[in-house]
Design a protein around this ligand. Structure first.
Ligand SMILES: Cc1ncc(COP(=O)(O)O)c(C=O)c1O
Length: 384
């Protein structure tokens, strides 16, 4: 019998090939222009991205990690300043804080959404003596409880930075797009993101023109005019080639996000039809927000998670664990974590998470095969 076709976790080649002509034209436009760093393509992408998010300003930069760093620099984060953030996130959320001498104060997640729990954030903020900002993350493409965080930021009198690296195109319960709220939203445009460049890229959005001007200075070594430096910034510019390709892809983003929604709904329905709740398998996809399913995450009992991942790999199905370790458990942050700091929901999530294949080019029968293999494995494990 022939081996079953591989189901990739994501398929960037297929995504790019689906608009190959537009990508080729974008690249040609830039090579013909001779302008490769910042310039008209970047200006145009920034305008189009800001319009897409429904916000006044967007400032491109070299990566999502730099987007976070630039936002914190624009807030004048100082050594010893504390920023409340989740531990269940990608490393850059917290490393941007520590690179400026700040201290990430990790708070636990809501197990239903896997996003930073506003009540836990409030408790963490209450422990701070030098609180400077709140930095929630829209994990796996779902916006955080924006109302709660906007209220908390106001109440505590501190700015709000959204790490929107994974949520481009998502809306909150009020229908507001990721990128349109708070003081800053920071996006990664890394190739694997829902809107991905052909290399590293990032962008920061803000409704405040002064913040936008500061970001534009900070990303070019703090120069307000060429060779005149008001302050020390960093070199974090967006390449024209990436901007041109991103402009082409932005036109398809809503369709691609709709495909992800359709596929996530199919996963939900297939797991529900299989009575997967009995197998402690619950998707965190159900709430009143409009997520863009950057990942489709399931929870698997701890003892079965790695065996399930291996069994699926044996069937040609690629899955990923996001994230295998909480940031408060990382060795490099050990000196920042208070003895006895425990984040039970984060620690459970890192042991139980498994992210199944999802990308706009995935077929519905691929989803059915993933669900069938997952259920078969878990049923037989439950019997043994
Ligand atoms: C939640 C989160 N924050 C920040 C980043 C950093 O983005 P980049 O890889 O573009 O530097 C990522 C990307 O991996 C991310 O997923």
């Amino acid at each position: 019998m022939p081996a079953p076709a591989q189901i990739q976790h994501l398929d960037l080649k297929a995504e790019n090939q689906s608009i190959q002509g537009e990508i080729d034209a974008a690249i040609r436009r830039v090579t013909d222009s001779g302008q490769f760093v910042l310039g008209p393509e970047v200006d145009a992408f920034e305008r189009e991205f800001a319009d897409y998010c429904g916000v006044g300003h967007a400032v491109g930069c070299a990566s999502g990690s730099d987007a976070l760093l630039l936002a914190l620099m624009a807030l004048d984060l100082r050594p010893g300043d504390q920023v409340v953030c989740p531990s269940y996130t990608f490393f850059a959320t917290a490393s941007a804080i520590t690179r400026l001498g700040g201290i990430p104060v990790f708070a636990d997640i809501d197990p239903r959404t896997l996003n930073l729990d506003p009540e836990q954030a409030r408790k963490a903020a209450a422990r701070c003596s030098q609180l400077r900002a709140l930095l929630p993350v829209d994990l796996f493409g779902r916006m955080v409880d924006t109302e709660a965080f906007l209220g908390l930021g106001d109440e505590l009198g501190v700015p709000l930075i959204f790490d929107a690296a994974q949520s481009v195109g998502a809306r909150d319960t009020q229908g507001r797009r990721a990128g349109s709220l708070g003081d800053f939203s920071c996006f990664s445009l890394y190739p694997t993101k829902n809107l991905g460049a052909l290399g590293d890229a990032g962008i920061v959005t803000t409704s405040n023109p002064d913040h936008a001007a500061r970001l534009r200075t900070l990303r070019v070594h703090g120069a307000s005019e060429p060779y005149l430096h008001d302050e020390v910034g960093i070199n974090s510019r967006l390449d024209a080639l990436q901007a041109a390709v991103l402009r082409a892809k932005l036109r398809h983003l809503d369709d691609w996000n709709d495909s992800r929604r359709r596929l996530a709904a199919r996963y939900d329905a297939a797991f529900a039809a299989a009575g997967a709740q009995d197998l402690s398998l619950a998707t965190p996809t159900r709430d009143a927000t409009d997520p863009v399913h950057h990942q489709y995450a399931i929870r698997v009992p701890e003892r079965l998670r790695d065996p399930l991942q291996q069994a699926l790999a044996g069937d040609g199905i690629a899955t990923r664990v996001f994230y295998p370790v909480g940031l408060h458990q990382q060795r490099c942050f050990a000196s920042l974590t208070r003895a006895g700091d425990v984040l039970p929901e984060t620690e459970r999530a890192v042991r139980e998470n498994l992210c199944l294949p999802i990308h706009p080019m995935l077929r519905e029968d691929d989803i059915d095969r993933v669900v069938e293999r997952t259920i078969t494995f878990l049923r037989s494990a439950a019997r043994s």
